[in-house]
Design a protein around this ligand. Structure first.
Ligand SMILES: [Zn+2]
Ligand SMILES: [Zn+2]
Length: 136
C-alpha cells in the first residue's frame, strides 16, 4: 500500500480533510439518495478506514437519510462530503471533493445500477450491482 496523501474539501473551503494511502474501495453509486444529495447523475466515492482519515478544518453538518447511515455536508456552501454507515470504521468520501480526483484509482464497482440515468453509459470492466454491493 502506497502512503500517498490525498486532500480535499468543500466548495467554500471551510471544510478540509486529508486521507492517506490507497482507498479501501472506490465506487460509483447511482442510488437516488446520492443523486439527490449531490445533484449529480453519477456520484462516486473513495472509502478510507477512519485511521487514515483526518478532518483538518471546519465542521460538517450531518443528515440521516436512512436508518443505517449518515451523510455529511458543508452547511455554508452545500457541498456533499461524506457517507458513513452506522458504527463502521470506514468513511466514504465523495470523489468530487478531492483536490486531485484523477490521482486515485478508478472505480472497483458500480452500485445501484438500476437507477443509472438512461443516457449514462455503463462503465466497462468493473463489477456492476443492480442495488447494493452483493445484489444480483
Ligand atoms: Zn463549504
Ligand atoms: Zn448512493
Amino acid at each position: 500500500m502506497t502512503n500517498v496523501v490525498h486532500e480535499g474539501g468543500c466548495l467554500c473551503g471551510a471544510i478540509r480533510y486529508r486521507a492517506e494511502g490507497t482507498p479501501y474501495n472506490v465506487n460509483v453509486c447511482y442510488c437516488t439518495q446520492c443523486q439527490r444529495h449531490t445533484g449529480a447523475v453519477m456520484p462516486a466515492f473513495a472509502a478510507f478506514t477512519l485511521d487514515r482519515f483526518t478532518l483538518l478544518s471546519g465542521k460538517p453538518t450531518s443528515y440521516r437519510a436512512s436508518s443505517f447511515a449518515t451523510r455529511q455536508f458543508c452547511a455554508a456552501c452545500g457541498s456533499s462530503l461524506f457517507w458513513q454507515r452506522d458504527g463502521d470504521d470506514k468513511l466514504d468520501v465523495f470523489f468530487g471533493t478531492l483536490d486531485d480526483p484523477s490521482g486515485l484509482a478508478p472505480p472497483d464497482d458500480q452500485l445501484w445500477a438500476e437507477h443509472r440515468v438512461s443516457w449514462v453509459p455503463d462503465l466497462p470492466g468493473i463489477k456492476t450491482y443492480p442495488r447494493e454491493r452483493g445484489s444480483r
